[in-house]
Write a protein that binds this ligand. Structure first.
Ligand SMILES: Nc1ncnc2c1ncn2[C@@H]1O[C@H](COP(=O)(O)OP(=O)(O)OP(=O)(O)O)[C@@H](O)[C@H]1O
Ligand SMILES: [Mg+2]
Length: 370
């Protein structure tokens, strides 16, 4: 019984056998019921044609006929069973082989070999299963790759500020550095960087677990856009990037957490500033219809390829790693922003005609209906 439960091959063979037995049984029943009548009818026809036939002979004929039918049925059942064994062995091999391969590959993947894939042939459901299995393996491989990268990135981000704090401390101890405000300020800068990284990481893990706490209230989107613009205005002036704001005052209300949406706008406007060279410009505008409000942040900066646009919302994805590191970015901002916007039942999208042709980020939020 255990063997039966554990092996698909046995189950298939038994199902065939059941069909055969049912067929043989139905034939036997039908023969038992119907054959004597049919034969007698036939014989009485013959009797009228050929004259009297001995009734004893008739009885013998009936019995022989019954035996012959049973023999035929027995031989047919035997042949059918042999055929069932052959066919089920073939079918089983065809079905079980890919399944066994998938089991073996999944075990190897679980053991850390993320590049393993199954071979897919044909177009049936098994092939479909193979394709989606491979897709899953590919996703796992990418996730694993990102996890590895994440550890490397976090270690790197931690190492730089820590070693610069350490060298300042050593300088102070050796008397090479003076204990003056400039020295303290440099240490504070590094500590701020560390704090920001830790805060971003915490927030990222909360966002990915779907545990962002939102204090929703009806707000005019112009409010959080303006707050972010006001906060970054000086930085735009410092870098000589022109910031154009075109937000109509009569936007429809949206249900939002103002602090969180400000954070999204700060990230988008901060990115636009960071990735747009001096002398160029960034525009933030809003459009609305009766369903949604679109807040569009458009820059004339370094732009993005189609491939980069596909990955840009992934955590720790940075187009230019070395530049982002010196610029302080860790590639988490857009991931968190997307989670925040989606927690508002909205969408965050990116578009760019290509490298050095600028980028456009659009926040889409649903309008409140009463
Ligand atoms: N407006 C933009 N133009 C061109 N590239 C951009 C733009 N905004 C983002 N990027 C690219 O996307 C990457 C991810 O952006 P994201 O905001 O997630 O991270 P970051 O700005 O590097 O770091 P932080 O976590 O501090 O925000 C950036 O490193 C940059 O390569
Ligand atoms: Mg950013």
């Amino acid at each position: 019984m255990k063997k039966l439960r554990q092996h698909l091959g046995w189950k298939l063979f038994l199902s065939y056998l059941t069909v055969i037995l049912t067929g043989v049984f139905s034939l036997a029943v039908a023969a038992e019921w119907h054959a004597p009548n049919a034969l007698s009818r036939h014989m009485s026809n013959m009797q009228t044609m050929m004259g009297d036939v001995d009734s004893g002979m008739m009885q013998d004929l009936l019995e022989d006929f019954g035996k012959a039918i049973n023999e035929v049925l027995l031989v047919a059942a035997g042949l059918a069973t042999i055929t069932a064994i052959i066919v089920s062995t073939f079918v089983t091999r065809r079905i079980i082989q890919p399944i066994q391969e998938m089991t073996a590959v999944s075990q190897r993947i679980a053991g850390g070999h993320y590049d393993e894939r199954v071979e897919v042939s044909g177009e049936d459901e098994l092939a479909e299963l193979g394709i989606s299995f491979n897709r899953m393996a590919h996703q796992l491989e990418q996730t694993e790759e990102r996890r590895r990268q994440l550890i490397g990135d976090v270690a790197h981000e931690l190492r730089t500020p820590l070693s610069s704090i350490k060298s300042v401390m050593e300088g102070l101890q050796d008397g090479i550095l003076l204990a003056d405000p400039a020295t303290f300020a440099s240490v504070e800068r590094e500590i701020n960087r560390l704090q920001r990284l830790v805060r971003d990481l915490e927030e990222l893990s909360r966002a990915e677990a779907g545990e962002l706490s939102l204090e929703m209230a009806p707000v005019n989107p112009a409010a959080f856009v303006q707050t972010a613009v006001d906060r970054l205005y000086l930085q735009y002036e410092d870098k000589n990037v022109q910031l154009n704001v075109a937000i109509p005052p009569d936007l429809p209300l949206v249900e939002a957490d103002t602090a969180r949406m400000t954070q999204v706008m700060l990230n988008l406007l901060g990115n636009a500033l960071q990735y747009t060279p001096s002398g160029e410009k960034v525009t933030v505008q809003a459009q609305a219809d009766d369903k949604q409000v679109n807040i569009i942040v458009q820059d004339t900066g370094i732009g993005l390829t189609a491939e980069q646009q596909r990955h840009i919302f992934e955590r720790f994805y940075r187009v230019d790693k070395s530049r982002a590191r010196t610029g302080g970015g860790s590639g988490i901002g857009l991931t968190i922003s997307k989670h925040i916007v989606e927690a508002h039942h909205g969408r965050l999208t990116v578009a760019s005609p290509g490298p050095y042709q600028g980028s456009t980020f659009t926040v889409i939020l649903p309008v409140i209906h009463d």
